[in-house]
Each structure stands twice: as C-alpha cells, then as structure tokens.
Design a protein around this ligand. Structure first.
Ligand code: N01
Length: 535
C-alpha cells in the first residue's frame, strides 16, 4: 500500500505530475478538495523529467515560460539564462512542488491503466498498477508530447548496440566519446542534441527524412536589466503577451511583408535572426497566412543555411522546401554549423531510405557501422497520452474509438460521452501553438472555477454537448484552413503517425480562444450540459 495517498476515493484524480498536474493539484487543494496525482515516474516534471537529452532546453524565454499564479514565486525565482536548460526547469518545478507542499499528494511510480465512468454512481473508477480509485472528477494532465513515436523500421528490435531515445534519455551521464553514433529524426529534439554530442563522438550519422527550419536561439546569461524590468511589471507583461496571437512577447508584430519594402523586410528578418529565436516571425503578421510572405521568410532562412554550411550539397539537403512554420519552427545553438565538422554526416532518407537495421549497423545507401542509435522520432502528439490507455465513457465507449476518425473536443477541455472528465491543453485548444505555461494555467484556472461553480450550484455531472464539440472543431479547422499550418504535413495534424486520422488539432489564436472561454463561462458554461444521468 502506497503511503502518500490522500485517499482511494478522493474528489479528484489528476493523471500526471508535470507542469499542469502540479498546478492543478495546488488549485484544488486550496479549494479544500481531496485530490491525488498519479504519476508514472518516480519524479515529477513530465516533459522536463523525461526529456533529458544533451542540449535540452526551452525555446521560449524563461521569463515567459514560468508560472504566473503566484506573484511572490515569480518575483523570487531567478533564471540563470534567457532560455533555461532542462535541469534548471526541473529544479524550478521541484521548487514549486516543495514551496506549495504538493509532494505528499503525488503518488509516484503509479501508472493509470484504465479510467472508467460508472453511469450508476456517476463516479470514475480508475485502475492503476497499484490501486483502484473512485473519484468524482478525473483530470488528464498528461501533456501534448508525452508518448514517443517508435519508428516502424525493419530490424530495429534486433539492434544490439546502445539504443537511446531523446524522449526517455537516461538520468546517468551517457558517455558517447569515441563512438560511432546514428540519430534518426531532425525535429527540435534532434536539432538540440546534435551540436552537443557532435563534439564528443567519433562519427555522427544524421538520418534526415524532412529538413527543418531552425533559427539561432541567441541564448545567453539572463540580462539582469531585462529581468528587473519584467519583474517590475510582471502582471502587465503577462497580460500584454497573452493578447498576442501565440501568447508570446515576440509575436507582437502587426506589419505585413506584403505591404513592406523588401529591403526593410530583409533587414528586419536579419535583426530577428540575430536576436529572436522563436520570435523570428515577430515583426510580420502575414508569414503564417500569406504564402508569398511566407516564401520571403523561408528564402531568408534557406539563404542563411547556404551561407553557413560549407558543402553546397549538404546545404541543399538541409534546406526545407515547405512553408516555414508549417512544422514547428526549431531553435538551435549551432545546428547548421555542426554540419561543417568532418565527423558529422548527413544522410538524406528521400534519396537513400533506410532498408533495415542490423545488429550493429544501419543499411541505407551504404552500411553504417554504429555503436549507438538515438531515436529522435517525435511523439504521438496531443492525443497519444489519451488514446494509449482505456478511457471508458458512457455506454462503454472508449475514447480511442470515439476519436478514430479524428479527435474532437469542446475547447480542448471536455469530450462528449465522458462526463466529469477534463483534459488540460487537449485537442482544440491553443496548447502547442501557444506558450504552454500560460495555456496550462488558463485551463487549470478554468477547470477549478468550473468545479467550484458546480459545487455552488448543486450540479454534480458536467459533459460537453456533441453539437458544441462539433461546432468548435469545425472552427478549429476553418481557422487552420486560412493558414499555412493546415497544408503542411506535421504532427499538428497527425501526419507523422501512419495509423492516425489526419485532423488538425490545435486552435490557432490565443486572444480569440480566451474570449470564447470567457463567453462560455459567463453564459453558465454554454455548450456543456449538466446532470444528464442517462443520454
Ligand atoms: O519531434 P518531431 P521532436 N524515419 O516530431 C522524423 C517540442 N520540443 O521530439 O518530419 C525517419 O519534431 C521526423 O521526420 P518527418 C516541440 O514542440 C520543444 O524533435 O516526420 N525519420 C522528424 O524529423 C517539437 O516540435 C522543445 O518527415 C522519422 C523527427 O523524426 C516537439 O517537441 C525541445 C521517422 C521527429 O521530429 C517534437 O519535437 C524539443 C522514421 N520512421 C522538443 N519517424 C523546446 O525547446 C519520424 N521521423 C521547448
């Protein structure tokens, strides 16, 4: 029997002790609700616990990628760099858990295997590897990028060398010095890993299926003047950022490339390249919506790649051809420069696909003998953590089956047929197309307020209506259709997983979303239905 559980029949079970689960617990405890967090790992932190690969860091400035719910916390905590690394973020999350005395209500090494809604009792029965719980509410705080995508490559399971994954990197130091190493995948995780490990390894073979646009992070020690300025007006600063499309300080631009002088545009992009990281688009609001404007920004980055990478053939292979930003923009520290090293070799999988993996080699255009294979092949994004276990709603319907043709959710918070179940940053919310920290806080605050409202108004069961859900997902897709996001193959629309329905999942536009949430709340949770015992 696990000693640190509050109760086996708490008011609320939260699944996952990452950024979302920790804050959700804090909120509900303050409301006097008995709450338990079930966490598969022996450590809290979610993404920042699992993703410990070399070079892992946040690509949103830490002054923004941090909690704002407690003014003293945001004043007290000092980040050492503009973009903090994974160890510092994990230390911060541990600090928050200790500061608000949250650890005792988190049950570690407890994995949820099944969550089933009992229509008789209107309670959730939650089965884990250790216990059975019965709770009124069940909240999935399981993250958008938490279930790794294992590539289907012949022979992978027969590989006898060291097999690593960026998303489950070992805690102990991994010594790659003098080794022949292969990495498959060239997304954000790989782009952060490659420059770090290239310095140590004998040979690094980078197997690239699709090249990515990446912007220099221009990271450095925290600028104390900037920090003092932000801290002197933190509430206002957060509010201003939240009024921007992606909820970030850097996307406040209102200029249009299509209406600007091309020389001015290029000097602005040059400035962005030298200062901004993810804020590269910053000055121009039409890059995500106008293909001509998009081409200007894409050409700018392709020119940079051609300038940086000395071998023209390698440079050409590293140049993406799709709309910039359509796949998540990457941010790096010396990524393209790394391909000038003699020990780094790029293998383009379009011209040289992997035939198979052998016990100690990868067979593509030639046989690459390797000691270590690193999988940096991404995630079953946004839905993977919710479909990889049995979540059973009304009439025995399993969420995985309900979402077979594409995930549908009302506001990314609730799903029809799944009463008293909330998802934090679920499909249909800005989530991955926003600064995740405030998006998580927005959802946690909304869920806590909603539960509070239900208690005050004697409501015991809430469920999103099918009509509201469908209307909402139509809007999600309609807005995406006006942008370059929808027409690019990416994990935003499930294209990276063969078996997954292709549907665009995040809502684009923080301010519109925020307005909608406020409207729903002020209209007594319009679009949700209450206390329908049997539909
Ligand atoms: O995953 P990805 P990631 N054979 O999906 C390739 C966040 N993040 O872990 O593009 C060969 O981006 C795949 O190729 P393709 C961030 O939101 C944030 O790197 O599908 N290759 C791609 O190149 C990011 O977007 C930070 O053709 C295969 C790569 O693997 C998200 O996490 C840091 C393959 C996967 O790239 C995911 O990033 C790191 C196969 N069978 C990550 N299957 C921050 O700084 C897949 N690929 C906050």
């Amino acid at each position: 029997m696990n000693q640190n559980k509050t109760s086996l029949n708490p008011n609320v079970v939260i699944v996952g002790a990452g950024v979302a689960g920790i804050y959700m617990l804090h909120k509900l405890k303050n409301m006097g609700l008995t709450t338990v967090v079930l966490e598969k790992s022996d450590e809290l932190g979610g993404t920042w616990n699992w993703n410990r690969y070399p070079g892992a860091r946040c690509d949103i400035p830490s002054l923004e990628y941090s909690y704002q719910f407690d003014e003293e916390l945001q004043q007290d905590w000092n980040w050492s760099e503009k973009y903090s690394g994974q160890p510092e973020i994990l230390e911060y999350l541990n600090h928050v858990a200790n500061r608000f005395d949250l650890r005792k209500d988190i049950s570690f090494e407890e994995e949820v295997l099944e969550a089933k809604f009992n229509e008789e009792s209107s309670l959730w029965n939650i089965k884990t590897n250790k216990e059975n719980y019965e709770s009124k509410f069940c909240i999935f705080a399981t993250g958008c990028l938490s279930v790794p995508n294992k590539p289907d490559i012949e022979g992978l399971d027969n590989f006898k060398g060291q097999l690593l994954s960026t998303s489950y990197w070992p805690r102990e130091e991994v010594d790659l010095s003098g080794k022949n190493v292969a990495i498959i995948g060239t997304g954000s995780s790989s782009i952060q890993t490659i420059p770090e490990i290239a310095k140590d390894v004998k040979n690094l073979y980078v197997f690239q299926r699709t090249p990515n646009y990446s912007i220099p992070s221009n990271n450095g020690p925290m600028d104390k003047e900037v920090e003092a300025d932000v801290k002197s007006r933190y509430v206002e600063f957060r509010k201003e950022n939240w009024s921007n499309g992606f909820g970030l300080a850097s996307d406040s631009g209102e200029a249009f490339i299509s209406e600007s002088d091309i020389d001015d545009v290029n000097s602005q992009l040059e400035e962005n390249w030298n200062t901004s990281g993810l804020g590269f688009f910053g000055g121009y609001a039409d890059i995500p919506i106008d293909v001509n404007a998009n081409d200007v920004a894409a050409d700018f980055v392709r020119n940079k790649i051609n300038e940086i990478v000395k071998d023209p053939e390698t440079a050409e292979k590293l140049c993406p051809k799709y709309h910039i930003g359509g796949k998540r923009l990457c941010v790096d520290t010396g990524y393209f420069e790394t391909f000038n090293r003699e020990n780094v070799h790029l293998i383009d999988l379009h011209s040289n696909p992997i035939n198979r993996i052998e016990e100690s080699s990868i067979e593509a255009d030639e046989e690459y003998e390797i000691d270590t294979l690193i999988l940096a092949t991404g995630f079953d994004a946004m839905t993977g953590a919710l479909t990889s276990l049995d979540i059973v709603g009304r009439n025995g319907i399993i969420l995985r089956d309900q979402w077979k043709q594409g995930a549908k959710s009302y506001l990314g918070l609730g799903v029809s047929n799944f009463p008293n179940l909330f998802t934090i940053t679920g499909p249909g919310s800005p989530s991955v197309l926003s600064n995740m920290m405030p998006s998580i806080e927005q959802h946690v605050n909304w869920i806590a307020d909603c539960i509070g409202w239900m208690i005050d108004n004697n409501k015991s069961v809430i469920e999103s209506s099918l009509a509201a859900e469908e209307e909402w997902m139509d809007l999600v897709n309609e807005i995406a259709g006006m942008t370059i996001f929808k027409s690019t193959e990416s994990w935003y629309n499930g294209s990276n997983i063969d078996s997954k329905a292709k549907a665009f999942l995040p809502f684009i536009g923080v301010p519109v979303y925020t307005e909608k949430l406020e409207e729903v709340t002020s209209n007594n949770y319009q679009g949700f239905i209450f206390d329908v015992s049997n539909k």
